[in-house]
Design a protein around this ligand. Structure first.
Ligand SMILES: O=C(O)CCC(=O)C(=O)O
Length: 275
């Protein structure tokens, strides 16, 4: 198995795996180690069936049914489908489902149909972004928590004219919310990362709202600077695994043509913990 870094801070291409059979235990250990080292792994030409996709996820942990993405249907609910034909896309920076108590530790995304150009995905290293903050900003964030909520998605859909005010009200009433440390420590590597994102993070707990908005805006601008980012140009069959404990990602909108992805995500065993 060859692991070739794609940027100085995150991303590596993994080659030399035989996808026509389940990975051996040594190979899986190698993938796991590469994921801890590089946060995002790109594997070309995997072409896994939905069953194989879930089975690989299960070897990393508990595979969830996503809170709101459509899926392959009865018996295959754990394979979510992001299909541009039905308008499903994830075109805001986020870390997966941080409104949950135990958000996914990792996600496995498999390209089924890719437009001739555009539709790339970007990941940013929240570990490198944290590391690059000033000592005084690190001290300010130390011990702080932030509220995350699902209803942000409904608000965005309402603003874009895709959801009525009544349905927005329902989404807010039924919101799923959770507070997490703003700086989390990776449970396996011990490395500290920023753990806030523009899609789900609502506010920093215990500070005035204007201050919270301003600090979050600054953190998002900082964390999405290109020096922390890997941008992936997809080919059909590409299979990408990422570590949600130290990254955010975005699917770039604005492409023409059909884009269809299968995704599986694996819940963390524990709640995010501050370092
Ligand atoms: O479609 C993509 O490239 C990204 C998907 C995504 O954001 C997700 O699965 O959470």
């Amino acid at each position: 198995m060859d692991v070739v870094p794609l940027t100085p801070v995150l991303g590596a291409e993994v080659a030399g795996l035989d996808w026509s059979r389940p990975l051996g235990d040594d190979e899986l250990d190698g993938v796991h180690k590469a994921l801890l080292d590089h946060h995002v792994l790109v594997m070309r030409g995997a072409r896994l069936t939905p069953e194989e996709h879930v089975a690989l996820g299960e070897r990393l942990g508990e595979v969830e049914v996503h809170a709101f993405f459509p899926n392959l249907g009865p018996g295959q609910e754990r394979v979510s489908v992001l299909d541009s034909a039905d308008g499903t896309q994830a075109s805001m920076w986020h870390t997966d489902e941080t409104f949950l108590e135990r958000p996914p530790m990792g996600t496995l995304l498999h390209a089924q149909v890719i437009p001739p150009f555009g539709g790339d995905t970007c990941w940013t290293s929240m570990a490198a972004a944290y590391e690059a903050l000033s000592p005084s900003m690190k001290r300010y964030l130390d011990g702080m928590t932030a509220e995350h909520g699902l209803s942000r998605i409904a608000e965005m859909r309402h603003r874009a004219g895709h959801l009525s005010q009544e349905d927005l009200g329902k989404a807010i009433a039924e919101d799923r919310r959770c507070s997490h440390p703003v700086v989390r420590q990776h449970p396996e590597t011990g490395v500290r990362s920023l753990f806030v994102n523009p899609t789900y993070t609502r506010w920093l707990d215990g500070v005035p709202m204007d201050e919270s908005d301003a600090v979050l805006r600054m953190l998002f601008a900082h964390a999405t600077h290109e020096r922390f980012v890997y941008r992936h140009r997809w080919s059909e069959g590409d299979f990408v695994i990422w570590d949600n404990r130290c990254t955010m990602h975005i699917a770039l909108a604005g492409f023409e043509g059909h884009r269809r992805m299968h995704r599986v995500s694996v819940l963390d065993a524990e709640r995010p913990a501050a370092g």
